[in-house]
Design a protein around this ligand. Structure first.
Ligand code: GLA
Length: 391
């Protein structure tokens, strides 16, 4: 949908007015490495995408907020004076954010008409929900003349998702969407929320994201299961090391000396993934700083293996996609990205080979799984921002 069409659609839904529009955008995210580490207090390395959610917003005269979207048919209007209730629809994401803003003491001076347009495929694991949350918080704060602290916005958006929507996710997605910087990855320490922007210059290599099109049906229950397995590992290891507050605090050599205290083999493997993946993120950043993309690609491959065999969050489709990429010359590395159990993979592919690699991978993946994948060749985009030039 282009800008003109979006403006037209806004007018069709909400009618003409002498009040002016403003337009905001929040990107999706891809996690380059460091999976299932955010809720274990470790390092992650996500980057903002060049596509995301655009929000057109205009003031209205009453104390109501209207929601509509080009992606979903469900539309609704809520009153800012009533209690906010869950509807089981997509608007739970923005309503959850408004609820959090209220809890933080923000009161709106007026109502708003909102139209969302997302170009992140829903359910693909590229954080369409985080982009809706973050763009809502940012836009409303700007409209009301408040400061926009993008770290606070990430935190309140995560709370909206955890407490209102009821999905127990970590901070990574909202943080990346709120704080991403063009051509940079974000090295985020999830325990303290300290972060560094790491230049992500891929030279002749492109980021290729592949959507397996596998429905992520089990994602919530399995995600919560992994979180509780990590909690169990932490409880056991805390008895040996009382200063331990997060699993990812353990260095690999410490883990080796403590691991026998975890009797359950499954729980031990989960903890091993967390500790080793955390180290891999730090090693990856060193490789990127030296411009050594080959080594970075190897870490991506190792990360996938760890998620496949130790953390067990991949599944046939993600494994097939990653294997097909890894078989291609011109690919430096490939791995699943996000929660797993479906969704997307990310690979680094030489620009001269991208078209051929995508064709081959698509062909073999479809033959193996019966699913028609989608591919996005993209660069690293900007975190949440106002789109000044748009309407
Ligand atoms: C999902 C969650 C994130 C993170 C990843 C796994 O995307 O929303 O918080 O835990 O899974 O790394």
């Amino acid at each position: 949908m282009n800008k003109k069409e979006l403006k037209q659609m806004f007018l069709e839904k909400y009618g003409e007015s002498n009040r002016s529009y403003r337009v905001f955008n929040a990107p999706g995210r891809v996690n380059l490495i460091g999976e299932h580490l955010d809720y274990n207090g470790g390092y992650v390395l996500p980057a903002a995408l060049e596509f995301g959610t655009t929000l057109v917003i205009r003031e209205r005269d009453d104390q109501k907020i209207s929601f509509s979207s080009t992606n979903f048919s469900f539309e609704s209007t809520i009153s800012l004076q009533d209690d906010f209730e869950k509807s089981g629809q997509w608007i739970d994401y923005p309503v959850g954010v408004i609820n959090e803003l209220h809890k933080l003491g923000y009161r709106f001076s007026k109502g708003y008409d909102l139209l969302y347009h997302g170009d992140i495929p829903n359910g693909s694991g590229l954080s369409s929900s985080a982009s809706i949350e973050v763009v809502t918080a940012y836009a409303l704060l700007v409209m009301e003349g408040h400061e926009t602290d993008t770290i606070e916005i990430a935190k309140l958006s995560q709370k909206a998702e955890n407490l209102f929507v009821g999905v127990n996710s970590g901070i990574m997605d909202q943080f990346a969407v709120a704080n991403g910087r063009k051509d940079h990855a974000i090295l985020l320490m999830c325990d303290t929320l300290e972060y560094d922007l790491v230049p992500f210059h891929t030279g002749a290599y492109k980021i290729v994201i592949a959507n397996t099109k596998k429905q992520r049906g089990l994602v919530d229950s399995k995600y919560n299961e992994r979180r509780s397995e990590c909690d169990q590992a932490l409880e056991i290891l805390k008895k040996e090391l009382s200063t331990l507050s997060f699993l990812a605090q353990l260095r690999p050599e410490q883990f080796i000396s403590l691991q026998d205290h975890i009797k359950d083999e499954t729980i031990r493997r989960r903890a091993q993934h967390v500790v080793e993946e955390n180290q891999r993120v730090l090693d990856s950043v060193e490789a990127l700083k030296k411009g050594d993309l080959e080594t970075f690609g190897q870490y991506m491959n190792q990360s996938h293996d760890s998620l496949r065999y130790l953390y067990e969050v991949t599944g046939d489709e993600l494994d097939a996609m990653v294997e097909e990429f890894q078989r291609q010359s011109g690919t430096l590395g490939a791995r699943m990205t996000g929660a797993g159990f479906g969704g997307c993979t990310v690979a680094l592919v030489h620009e001269d080979e991208v078209d051929r690699v995508i064709k081959e991978v698509a062909h073999h993946y479809e033959a193996r799984t019966g699913l028609k994948p989608e591919f996005y060749v993209c660069g690293v985009g900007q975190g949440v921002h106002e789109v000044k030039e748009m309407l």
